[in-house]
Design a protein around this ligand. Structure first.
Ligand SMILES: Cc1cc2nc3c(=O)[nH]c(=O)nc-3n(C[C@H](O)[C@H](O)[C@H](O)COP(=O)(O)O)c2cc1C
Length: 162
């Protein structure tokens, strides 16, 4: 399943959350946009991971879509036992966010958990997007088990969505 679905190229995001005064985060590529009005998205989080449990318990999370140069952040948040937030500013004062975010990410989508559903060995978490901050830059890609560069065809003049 993993090898087959690896043919479906994706971007890379980090889900961050806080519970009981502790910050948690994990790298994901299972991010899907679900609804525009109201704005909703989903992520699939492995059962039993600390981040998964903290998202369920707190009912809040932020999706940080990573830029190409943030591959080291993606690797750090994919490893257990790493100091995930070391060197990252976790002070929320003056920010519109409810949990720490990854600075310099292309999108910060601040979500409230709307529903969660256990599906096999993962939990499908449906989030209602309450605050959305977007930046510019090239996204980090993931394909066939490795990080990849994403490039839009420059000769394609007509964009599907402006
Ligand atoms: C590119 C990439 C994408 C990933 N996508 C997911 C995902 O969508 N869902 C998931 O549960 N784990 C995913 N993982 C694995 C988690 O990042 C990893 O298991 C994480 O360390 C678990 O978090 P924890 O430290 O809270 O236990 C992905 C890893 C990588 C490198």
């Amino acid at each position: 399943m993993r090898r087959a679905m690896g043919r479906f190229a994706t971007g890379v995001a980090v889900v961050t959350t806080s519970h009981d005064g502790e910050h948690h985060g994990m790298t994901v590529n299972s991010l899907t946009s679900v609804s525009l009005d109201p704005p909703m998205l989903l992520v699939c989080l492995t059962t039993g991971a600390r981040t998964t449990e903290a998202v369920r318990a707190s009912g809040r999370f932020v999706v940080n879509v990573l830029a190409a140069r943030q591959e080291p952040i993606a690797m750090r948040f994919a490893r257990r036992g790493e100091e995930h937030f070391s060197g990252l500013d976790t002070d929320l004062e003056g920010t519109p966010h409810s949990v720490p975010v990854v600075p310099g990410a292309l999108i910060h989508a601040d979500c409230a958990v709307e529903q969660s559903l256990t599906a096999g060995d993962h939990v499908v978490v449906l989030g209602r997007v309450e605050t959305l901050c977007t930046g510019v830059g090239t996204p980090l890609g993931f394909y066939s088990g490795g990080f990849a560069a994403i490039r839009r065809y420059d000769d394609e003049q007509d964009l599907w969505f402006a």
